[in-house]
Design a protein around this ligand. Structure first.
Ligand code: 5GP
Length: 115
């Protein structure tokens, strides 16, 4: 299995790169995306470096994936009106640049009808 240990998010989990933690559970942390694409743009990541993308996570630990969605909803409630778009880029050709699974939580002022 590919490991995600050497990514920038692994360093964030290890505390080597400081971030503003917007949510934290035993297994998940959330922090603002450095290059926001929406009024609210938060990344939710598992602390484990075991899963490079959402396909691996869903197969390996669906409960952890569900916990990420739960945290995403809580963030959308806290930072917007509770509605949110959840994006997992899966693979380089789909725009994934960091191979430590992460959910993009977009909320607030999303364009109607767009993907
Ligand atoms: P991907 O393209 O892999 O789906 O998403 C990676 C995201 O991580 C991008 O939206 C990018 O802006 C964000 N990002 C990359 N490096 C950092 C960083 O050091 N800190 C934070 N907060 N976000 C980052």
């Amino acid at each position: 299995m590919r490991m995600a240990a050497d990514t920038i998010f692994g360093k964030i989990v290890a505390g080597e790169i400081p971030v503003e933690k917007l949510a934290e559970t035993e297994r998940v942390i959330a922090f603002p995306d450095i290059a926001p694409q929406a009024p609210v743009h938060i990344l939710v990541i598992p602390k484990t470096t075991e899963y490079a993308d959402v396909t691996e996570l869903a197969a390996g630990d669906p409960g952890l994936l569900a916990e990420m969605v739960e945290v995403a909803k809580r963030l959308a409630d806290e930072h917007a009106d509770g509605d949110y778009r959840l994006i997992f880029n899966n693979g380089a050709n789909a725009g994934q640049t960091v191979f430590h699974v992460h959910a993009h939580v977009l909320a607030g002022g999303l364009t109607e009808g767009s993907l």
